[in-house]
Write a protein that binds this ligand. Structure first.
Ligand SMILES: [Zn+2]
Length: 181
């Protein structure tokens, strides 16, 4: 069964009545659900590059001049989607007791000798993009490298032009930093 874009909008925003949510969830997905979802997202951003895949609440992989880059809904760009976008974000590390206590006051405070909390912010709009809690010195986590070509080719049945090698390029960013030191 087809669902209206308005219903899907409400579903994604969490504004739909539970009966309606249940009804949508229990039915086979309509074929163009993904397209409708992208259409809704595209209407909400102020820029015109085509969204290929949403990554999280603020970030999307978009098509731009033959490249695929990560872009925030504010317009801030984070480079090739195969490079961990976190390496281009503002990072605030809560790595001492005082900074951790702001979030976990008192006895709940984690031991700063064991781990830290890293907050990632968009340099363009200041939105918090991600929080990760890791052991001290743990590498920045690359959460999701989507295989966009397989998704469009094999799942949607319409391959994208200029396929890209499916490869984590984050090391390139680190290497660039190393040459600047
Ligand atoms: Zn932003």
């Amino acid at each position: 069964m087809e669902h209206s874009k308005e219903d899907l909008k409400d579903l994604y925003d969490g504004n739909l009545r539970w009966e309606k949510v249940k009804e949508i969830m229990s039915q086979p997905k309509d074929n163009d659900r993904f397209d409708k979802y992208i259409e809704i997202l595209q209407e909400r951003v102020p820029w015109s590059e085509k969204i290929l895949l949403p990554l999280n609440e603020h970030l999307h992989v978009v098509q731009k001049d033959g490249e695929r880059i990560v872009k925030c809904d504010c317009g801030q760009e984070f480079g090739d989607y195969r490079r961990n976008w976190k390496l281009s974000a503002l990072i605030y590390a809560r790595d001492d007791r005082q900074k951790l206590e702001e979030i976990y006051p008192g006895v709940k405070c984690p031991d700063p000798d064991l781990g830290e909390i890293r907050e990632y912010y968009c340099p363009g709009c200041g939105s918090m993009l991600k929080v990760e809690s890791v052991p001290i010195g743990y590498p920045v986590i690359f959460e999701f490298l989507p295989d966009i070509d397989s998704f469009y080719r094999d799942w949607l049945g319409r391959p994208l032009p200029d396929e890209k090698e499916y490869k984590d390029l984050s090391q390139e960013v680190i290497k660039e930093w190393a040459t600047k030191v």
